[in-house]
Design a protein around this ligand. Structure first.
Ligand SMILES: [Zn+2]
Length: 284
């Protein structure tokens, strides 16, 4: 699933091409994309309005149009946005056109991606407040802030990081990479870290996300950027999907566990196993 670095890569490619242009049309070929809103209602609000900014919050892409109309796209599992594709694409759910003859397709084989309309900047703030916690690159994301969020929580740290209401934009790949960089085992109780470990984890989350953005995202499934090009971060993973391969730091074979139902990769030497693991399988 596209996480923060993939969505940010898409945003950085599309913003210079499309911001300032008017949306000339939006054709919604799959009504499930914007349900329960009717496609005609969404199209009425979007078509004819100028794109003032293209923003990202967590894994949401915010098409900020004139009159404080926001079209919020979430790509979910397999969604991709393709700019000026040379050919028609299978699984196209939405087609947008912009002034200047630009054409954008939303392609999504598994059809979990969504488009939601939010009217007014106050409503947008409320939408995000109900769903998303701190943004990893915001100055409010500090070691003490992470420690305060985790205080008293006995659930493992990995699902804590994956919960978008705590930290926005981090998914399975970047959680594994950040926990490895911080030397924290994914089964550690979220509230049990030492203060210095929250500092390290804060830094590690940013480093892992930065590395992902630098590599233009990770393509381990369907992810493509708006030019149809794969990211390369999957070639730079430190632990994720590296079961049995040597740890880049100490050479210990990377192990795969299941934590909160998600495949999870650790070096048990660099990330010491907690003495009393809770809420998931112990490393075996
Ligand atoms: Zn190691």
């Amino acid at each position: 699933m596209p996480e923060l670095p993939e969505v940010e890569t898409i945003r950085r490619r599309l913003a210079p091409a499309l911001v300032g242009a008017r949306v000339t049309s939006i054709e919604i070929r799959d009504p499930r994309w914007c349900a329960p809103l009717a496609p005609a209602e969404l199209a009425d609000a979007v078509a004819g309005r100028r794109l003032e900014a293209l923003e990202r919050r967590g894994k949401y892409l915010d098409w900020a149009l004139e009159d404080e109309i926001h079209l919020l796209m979430h790509l979910r599992m397999t969604g991709a946005l393709l700019l000026d594709p040379a050919a028609e694409m299978p699984y196209t759910r939405v087609e947008m056109t912009f002034e200047g003859d630009r054409r954008l397709l939303f392609v999504d084989p598994r059809r979990f991606g969504t488009g939601e309309l939010v009217a007014g900047d106050a409503a947008l703030a409320a939408f995000y407040a109900a769903r998303l916690g701190v943004e990893p690159f915001d100055e409010a994301f500090t070691g003490p802030a992470l420690r305060a969020l985790a205080r008293g929580r006995r659930a493992p740290i990995k699902p804590f990081l994956l919960d978008q209401r705590h930290l926005a934009g981090v998914g399975n790949i970047y959680a594994d990479e950040a926990l490895f960089r911080a030397g924290v085992h994914p089964l550690r109780a979220a509230g049990s870290l030492r203060p210095i470990q929250y500092e390290r984890l804060r830094d590690a989350v940013r480093e892992a996300l930065d590395a992902g953005i630098e590599a233009r995202g990770a393509s381990i499934d369907d992810y493509r950027d708006p030019d149809g090009v794969r990211g390369s971060f999957q070639d730079r993973f430190l632990v994720h999907l590296r079961e049995g391969e040597p740890c880049v730091v100490c050479g210990t074979p990377i192990r795969k566990l299941v934590v909160g139902g998600r495949g999870t990769y650790v070096c048990t030497r660099c990330q010491p196993v907690p003495r009393r693991p809770r809420g998931g399988a112990a490393s075996g």
